[in-house]
Design a protein around this ligand. Sequence first.
Ligand code: SOE
Length: 365
Amino acid sequence: MAHVTITPPTLYRAAVIGTGFMGRVHARAIAAAGGSVAGIAGSTPDKAREAAADLRAAAVFDDLDAAVDAADVVHVCVPNHLHAPIALAAIAAGKHVVCEKPLATDAATALAMTEAAAAAGVVATVPFVYRFHPMVREARARVSSGQIGRVTLAHGSYLQDWLLRPDDDNWRVDADKGGALRAFGDIGSHWCDLLEFVTGDRITAVNAQLATANRERSGRAVSTEDIVTLQFATAAGAVGSTVISQVSAGRKNRLLLEVSGTESTLAFDQERPETLWVGGRDQNAVLMRDPDHLHPDAARLARVPAGHAQGYQDCFDAFVADTRAAIDGDAPDGLPTFADGLRAARLAEAVAASARTRDWAEVPR
Ligand code: SOE
């Protein structure tokens, strides 16, 4: 019988640093991509042991160097102020890195991380995972092929409610751990990334307002914002606005992006990711995620046939699979890298500057 020799892909032994919700999502995605969780490190040995048992990790590490040593790829899923030291240590050891967003709490640090990864020649990615919804890729393909005409307007929102009440608390609320811009860094960054990804355009100027609904949480003063309203202009001449909030009762993880062109409008809702709304002057349509009828870039990411729902974890699985492909030397189109994390950090600084001066701020490239 004829046989075919298959070159095995390089190993993907991952160290997951962080045991919270995100660390667990990463660990599942690593397994789905055919990698292995070589070990987990957490803020306490008990947390790491508990997560390691749940996620069938091979080891628990109590120090970062041991975790980095054991891995081909280091997944950084810890509070934001620790992203830079851990990612830079992994890069210095020649390891590939997947680092949660925001990449850093300021743009200068994000730039240093991006440059360090490039100089070391490692793959360094940031999970802007909503890019991995097939219907987002469908929207992107339709915009780039000119199907919706020239883009004139983009708007939407990213709304959550998990920080609605004064006793809702998290490390993200504290500027020294999460960064000065919390809601924008955590979820506004996703919205802006998705806008630029889908349109292929770039926000050049912003006018932002920040508001803190809960000025005290768990008995301490809070300086980070719960709400951002943002107007923007783009390089290609479109205008738009978005509302970012973590205190919108009833909205769990509702990212809505609507892009209007001179021919038609597209709208994507992250809580209904199986569909894409297409608006026309004479007729509207709701497209379903049917791989047989999608653009090839979108169909590639459809993991199950139409009518079998796929969602958030599937995006993560696809993102880690593409990170792995990049390590194997075949970087797929649309993989979010440290350069995209740097872009988000620059946008965050422009948002902060605009809110501070109550004026428009330019966004550097
Ligand atoms: C919390 O706001 C959070 O988990 C974000 O940190 C993620 O990036 C987002 O995808 C879902 O919400």
